[in-house]
Design a protein. Sequence first.
Length: 81
Amino acid sequence: MSNNTLFHPLDTQDELMKRTSISSINDEDWNQLISQFHSQPDIMVLIQLCKQEEDKRRYEENKMRLKEYEVYCELQKNHPF
């Protein structure tokens, strides 16, 4: 195995073991990912679908957290400790 081997599409030489969530990917990482798989359109479609699903999941999680917070605030209002 050479020193140039990347184990993950978002690995860099400086941080070989670092992982980046596809939903929090920045432009530089996204461009690197696209350039790495530009010759494999099927994989790119799968990556984009995964990103969409991850974004949806995070959105729903945030909605739930907000709802929990609203319920908590309402409980505090009605039954202060």
